[in-house]
Design a protein around this ligand. Sequence first.
Ligand SMILES: *Cc1c(COP(=O)(O)O)cnc(C)c1O
Length: 498
Amino acid sequence: MRNTRAIQLLFELSQPGRCGARLPACDVPEASPESLLPREALAGGAPGLPEMAEPDVVRHFTNLSTLNMSVDTHFYPLGSCTMKHNPKRNERLASLPGMLHVHPYQPDDTIQGLLELLYELQGMFAEISGLPGVSLQPAAGAHGELTALMAAAAHFQARDERRTTVLTPDSAHGTNPATPVMRGYKVRAVPVGPDADVDLEALKEACGPQTAGLMMTNPSTCGVFERQIEDIAKAVHEAGGLLYYDGANLNAIMGISRPGDMGFDIVHFNLHKSFTQPHGGGGPGAGPIAVSDRIEPYLMNPRVTRDEGEDGTPRFDLVEDRPESIGRLRGFQGNFGVFVRSYAYICSLGAEGLREASEIAVLNANYLLALLRRPEIAPYLPLAFGERCMHEFVLSGAPMKRDLGIRTTDLAKRLLDHGYHPPTVYFPLLVEEALLVEPTETETRETIEAFAEAVGAILREAAEDPEIARNAPYTTPVRRMDEAAAARNPVVRQPPAG
Ligand SMILES: *Cc1c(COP(=O)(O)O)cnc(C)c1O
């Protein structure tokens, strides 16, 4: 059972006068605050900090850390997010003193090894994507999208082309239409057909001299590989537009197919998805981008270069040699610890291992899909597109809602009681009562089978009594919340006493 005492605030646990530290007696003459600082710089009183014993503080935070689900505590098949295991070796390497205590303003001479790591990582992402120009700077996928559109805009400006519109399939992740709007583009949605392939005729009709490009992911958020990708690339390129690859689904194709070979001009990577940077909880991420030769001149400064001295010793430098660059995107090169983890991950697997990771991700998803297509489950939760899937798949809970009286959200909440983080719900928007499931390659057969059993058990229970799932969860520290109210009106302060 979980410890619900930990939900109490430190302020509620506070006992006036209790203290966790013992300070030595003051051995210098005491001075009044007023004699040291101007009055307007002084606080009105002591800060209202909780007064507690040290063990209680430790217990509070340790217990607090167990209230959420995480990949280290629970199966977490959150679609589109690739919640794979994060190897602990990566943490050890990122915590080495030479990695941890480096200062961003240190001279290049003193950080040759770290620059080499960045340089090699650039090369790895070029190889994985099939696109030669890499910048590690963007902080996340969405930041990579924005960067890419800024570079694309610089490319069009240099050619004196005024292009106003970015296309996105209507299966797209929300960031794909949101990013062009931030950059001042209009967005036009392109429909996808019943099998989740882009409607090619509609795409051709939407393409024209106003088209800056198309943003899409492949496999799409519908969990299927877009088979007409070459025709799509041709249509967009013929109109003079660029093709942007949202790399969030890269976990399906690493080492198997390359966005550059499919015809994409720009790719972002989510290192906190495919490349084992832990994510969730707002930790740092990284969204490097890789681009084709024609976009490369507009990438950010600086980049890491490699030279060889007379004696053949390599030398790495941060160089600002792109005069047409869109500039800097951030203070420094990015979240360095993220790069160390992803570098360690890629090195530990090698090219063969990366490919195998993707193959197993696809196999695991298809195995789970097959288990969920058993006759006691499939009629209530049918597969939304096609027969098989890539690394994730979309089910529709519409028949479950109609026949059993529980919605996808009820199923998701009840899964919490079974000890599973639910899959993604209500995305993609195209599918009624959508459930987007991504088991990842790091789960065992037993875990996948147990999860499928839990889904079956919840459906059987709903056939008996739908109220049970409708009121779930029961075993979590907080029960079902009004999520809209919680997001719009968060209560983060202690309520006034009395
Ligand atoms: C996660 C995701 C993004 C956004 O990436 P962030 O790193 O969260 O900014 C974009 N597209 C898809 C399909 C995603 O799953």
